[in-house]
Design a protein around this ligand. Structure first.
Ligand code: HEM
Length: 149
């Protein structure tokens, strides 16, 4: 029952995130997905972000031991997740955030380092302040499902 409730909450969170981020689209503006530059831009951002995490001395430990095909699978799922959550045309077929990160015991410190890397990635790709803020706000909504599980 607890599992079903937490799965339900995670699905609701993803739905709310998607609804929030797609409000601009419903109001006639471009989706965040489009404003970020579409699929290729999102894929490039994901590669840079994962690269930074995997080579970081504190959080790199989470990514040790995954085979190349597992790494590719995670990369694809992260792209699909971000594409879907920002109003793009992708379907996310992965597990919900709480389920996939439970057992990893990601700490507040790990989270802060990860957010710094994401910010550095967004800066590297010259993502404008408005879109950068929207991405970081959306990601911060996922924290409670990712940290301390
Ligand atoms: C910033 C927000 C984050 C998002 C949107 C995100 C998203 C995802 C997605 C979509 C997957 C694959 C889901 C699946 O296999 O079904 C995944 C897996 C994973 N994530 Fe995250 N993640 C985030 C933060 C983090 C952080 C901060 C860490 C650790 C520092 C982390 C570590 C991992 C690991 C190790 C896996 C692979 C788990 C496994 O296959 O068993 N993630 N993440």
């Amino acid at each position: 029952m607890k599992k079903i409730t937490s799965l339900f909450c995670s699905i609701m969170l993803l739905t709310m995130l998607t609804v929030n981020l797609t409000t601009a689209q419903a109001q006639g503006g471009d989706s965040l997905y489009k404003r970020l530059g579409g699929y290729d831009a999102l894929a490039a951002v994901t590669d840079d972000f994962i690269g930074r995490l995997a080579t970081d001395k504190q959080v790199g430990r989470f990514f040790v031991g995954a085979s190349q095909s597992s790494q590719k699978r995670i990369r694809q799922l992260v792209i699909d997740f971000l594409c879907n959550a920002t109003g793009g045309p992708c379907v996310y077929t992965g597990r919900d955030m709480k389920t996939v990160h439970t057992g990893l015991k990601i700490t507040e410190k790990d989270w802060d380092i990860s957010v710094k890397h994401l910010t550095a990635t967004l800066d590297k790709f010259n993502v404008p302040a408005k879109e950068k803020g929207e991405v970081l706000t959306a990601i911060s909504g996922l924290k409670k499902d990712i940290v301390g599980q």
